[in-house]
Design a protein around this ligand. Structure first.
Ligand code: ADP
Length: 213
């Protein structure tokens, strides 16, 4: 995928990426771990599209689209948007990313087991496979400190204390188990992300370059 190592599964038809190709990776990390910041830097380095499901949903809400109206209350509460609404959005974004840049970094997807299954199905349909799944390890106290600070500085409506705590609980319950799953597939790259922004970028890029070879 997405969940399959390059070379494991090569459908006879459809868009088959060459074994190397541009970076295709997933980024799974808790709120406050620095996903958004690092995703931009990693994508700039590898020349691939940054697909942030959180950003996609926030744009839809801001634009007042039908999808935006459906997802707004989930975002405000810090709950996950239902899997059925996420899968189609991601499929379209991946297709756009591949057409535009030949690769992608998925930032914030998958977050549940059904989403991981959807990711797998999309990859098989498109004849692609991810090089790696990256996660950022950051102590809980540091996450909380960063998130509380961010709410006052960038004004995200889901960065209030109660919502932040809830998003972390949702991460632990629904998303963290995916790390064992990807680790079992030999795809997981763990980055100690309680370091400077530059250091995390450097270490992550090096790990991804390694995973692509
Ligand atoms: P953070 O990880 O800091 O909470 P994101 O921008 O990744 O920020 O996500 C913000 C919100 O967008 C989530 O709380 C959730 O409501 C929604 N969201 C983003 N990605 C997904 C996803 N893959 N599945 C369901 N909901 C999502």
């Amino acid at each position: 995928m997405l969940g399959v190592r390059v070379g494991d599964r090569r459908p006879a038809v459809g868009r088959v990426a060459d074994a190397g190709g541009r970076l295709r990776a997933l980024l799974i990390a808790p709120p406050g771990a620095g996903k958004g910041t690092q995703a931009q830097r990693i994508c700039a380095h590898f020349g691939v599209a940054d697909i942030s499901t959180g950003d996609v949903f926030r744009r839809e809400v801001a634009a007042g689209t039908v999808l935006g109206k459906e997802v707004a209350s989930y975002l405000d509460r810090g709950d996950l948007v239902p899997d059925t609404l996420v899968g189609e959005v991601v499929r379209q974004e991946i297709q756009k990313a591949l057409d535009a840049t030949g690769g992608y970094l998925l930032d914030g997807f998958p977050r549940t087991l059904p989403q991981a299954e959807a990711a797998h199905a999309i990859a098989v349909d498109m004849g692609i496979a991810a090089h790696a799944v990256v996660t950022f390890d950051v102590p809980r106290a540091v996450l909380l400190e960063r998130l509380m600070g961010r709410g006052t500085s960038d004004g995200r409506s889901d960065d209030t204390e109660a919502t932040i705590r809830h998003r972390l609980e949702v991460y632990d319950a629904q998303t963290a188990p995916l790390l064992d799953f990807y680790s079992g597939q030999g795809m997981l790259v763990r980055i100690a992300a309680d370091q400077s922004i530059d250091e995390v970028t450097k270490v992550t890029i090096a790990a991804l370059e390694e995973a692509m070879h």
